[in-house]
Design a protein around this ligand. Structure first.
Ligand SMILES: [Zn+2]
Length: 148
């Protein structure tokens, strides 16, 4: 059978003849990523599953008091990262409730024709310290310097 690329790591692997539509290789990280993606999808699309998850998470937190407080103390970098990601989610949720504004994607497209030479370095969120201001998604690109 022909090898196919893993959706998560990009490596080619031999798909199992017993499983159709296989997307992930056997690697533990890829299986973990696949499961996480399935759970994210299930949480969004299955209200009963989402309710069960929430309820069992509540029970677990009750049975393990102080766990998250200790976790944040032991992993200050992860705690900071989670705080930032939550701030982004909060602002996104808030801005989706607000009346329509100029779409940043449209603004970005205005220069699309000129950006052929740009080398994309990554996508980032600019988070203003002032809570009232919206987070801004930005593309950071390397611009070649042209000397005359
Ligand atoms: Zn993989």
């Amino acid at each position: 059978m022909e090898q196919i690329p893993c959706v998560y790591c990009g490596d080619f692997f031999d798909p199992s003849p017993r499983h159709k539509n296989q997307t992930a290789c056997k690697r533990a990280e890829c299986q973990k990523a696949k499961k996480a993606a399935w759970q994210r999808h299930k949480m969004k699309t299955d209200p009963i599953y989402a309710a069960n998850q929430k309820s069992s998470q509540h029970q677990w937190v009750k049975a393990n008091p102080g766990f998250w407080k200790q976790y944040r103390k032991d992993n200050p970098q992860k705690a900071e990262r989670n705080r930032i990601l939550q701030a982004i989610r909060n602002r996104r949720a808030r801005s989706s409730l607000e009346p329509a504004r100029m779409d940043p994607v449209l603004i970005a497209k205005m220069d699309a024709s000129k950006s052929d030479n740009f080398q994309m370095l990554g996508q980032f969120w600019l988070l203003p310290v002032i809570a009232k201001m919206d987070a801004l998604k930005v593309n950071i690109v390397k611009i070649p310097i042209c000397y005359p």
